[in-house]
Design a protein. Structure first.
Ligand SMILES: Cc1cc2nc3c(=O)[nH]c(=O)nc-3n(C[C@H](O)[C@H](O)[C@H](O)COP(=O)(O)OP(=O)(O)OC[C@H]3O[C@@H](n4cnc5c(N)ncnc54)[C@H](O)[C@@H]3O)c2cc1C
Length: 350
């Protein structure tokens, strides 16, 4: 079976690798020149250490990609234990792509006719599938920064929602060797840079921040359910049908609350390999596996809605708590509920 994968990001490269192990060698296309210093799409590189089991399936060793563990993190002033870390994503992408031929060009639709299946793994671009049923995106700005303490303290890993007007957060992810990813993401937000500048100014008496690079990005926080169709049929020039199947962020496998998409893109690619080439079974498995993303998305819709009478409802607070638990973050339930209360204040007083 001839398969083309458009997009050699995390989902597309991992998928190609797993298919190859099954004896199917797809053609991989990626024509996008990322204008970032790391040559990848903008990303914080945060992941749960559980990513190791996905890497093992591709014959890779997690330790080769681990940059810095985030054993404890500050969530708006509450320090909690986490299984999170940062990974060297550019190195991981190179490793996933090694042994595969990546055509350095976008998949041209004329050439695409020769394939039986086309996989849309183009992330936020969703270049081949039709539009999402109801898209929602989170614009971001991220800096890579060298941070030198003026005293003996070090800058702790953290996620701060209370610094953002409306729905969003500021993240601080350590990369080792005194370097950090510090970024801001916010739905309908346009003050990303000034929020970062304010953060540096407030901490200038404790640290010297030296910028290394900066990039803008966008994350699809629509959820797979609202990113339907997850697959489609295309008519070739000779009138025959051709299947197009989406994978990864192209079909919204990203946590709407946190923007975390690396590990879920890997999981999504694994589901596609397990069900290949049965796209219907694949789509129902994706919706079942990531059902909670639909719920998170509905909380965002509720909090963004104009005529909303009050702050987060009990179900929104519960989803927030479940999100932390799913990521292995040990937030006590009462505290998590209380924090969600402060989220309502940010929404109400942007
Ligand atoms: C600022 C920011 C910070 C983030 N931080 C984190 C984080 O810390 N942890 C986390 O888990 N997630 C994070 N995410 C989300 C995460 O990066 C993505 O969800 C994840 O990379 C999705 O993988 P993917 O392979 O589906 O898509 P992508 O990684 O976007 O890969 C898509 C690929 O398709 C290629 N492409 C695009 N258009 C075409 C085309 N027409 N033809 C061929 N190729 C094409 C692109 O070049 C790219 O290589 C962050 C996102 C942003 C924007």
């Amino acid at each position: 079976m001839k398969i083309a994968i458009a997009g050699a990001g995390i989902a597309g490269s991992y998928l190609a690798r797993l298919l190859q192990e099954k004896g199917i060698t797809p053609d991989l296309f990626d024509g996008v020149e990322h204008e970032t210093t790391c040559r990848c799409r903008s990303c914080g590189w945060g992941a749960p250490t559980g990513i190791g089991k996905y890497l093992a399936l591709a014959g890779l060793d997690f330790d080769d990609y681990l940059m810095e563990p985030m054993v404890s993190m500050n969530f708006d002033g509450l320090v909690a234990k986490t299984p999170l870390c940062t990974i060297n994503k550019p190195r991981l992408l190179r490793a996933l792509g090694s042994g595969l031929t990546v055509h350095k060009q976008p998949l041209k639709i004329q050439e695409a006719d020769t394939y039986e299946v086309i996989v849309d793994a183009t992330g936020i671009n969703r270049a081949i599938l039709p539009q999402c049923r109801s898209d929602l995106v989170l614009p971001t700005v991220q800096h890579r920064v060298k941070v030198e303490p003026l005293g003996s303290e070090h800058l702790e890993a953290g996620v701060y929602g209370n610094r953002i007007p409306g729905l969003g957060y500021l993240w601080i992810f350590p990369l080792g060797q005194s370097q950090y990813h510090i970024g801001v993401g916010g739905i309908r937000l346009d003050q990303h840079e000034s929020i970062l500048e304010q953060f540096y100014a407030e901490h200038a008496h404790r640290f010297i921040f030296t910028p290394i690079c900066s990039c803008r990005g966008v994350v699809r926080v629509a959820s797979p359910y609202y990113s339907a169709p997850l697959y489609a049929s295309r008519t070739r020039e000779d009138g025959s049908p051709q299947r197009v199947i989406g994978v990864g962020e192209a079909i919204g496998t990203v946590s709407p609350f946190t923007g975390e998409g690396i590990v879920y893109s890997l999981e999504c690619a694994r589901l596609l390999v397990d069900t290949f080439p049965d796209e219907k079974s694949y789509a129902s498995k994706v919706l079942a596996r990531f059902w909670w993303m639909k719920k998170e998305r509905e909380t965002l819709d509720y909090l963004l809605s104009e005529g909303r009478a009050s702050g987060p409802r009990l179900r929104d607070r519960w989803r927030f708590f479940r999100n932390a638990r799913r990521s292995g973050i040990g937030l006590p339930i009462i505290e998590a509920f209380r924090r969600m209360g402060s989220l309502s204040r940010w929404v109400e007083n942007p």
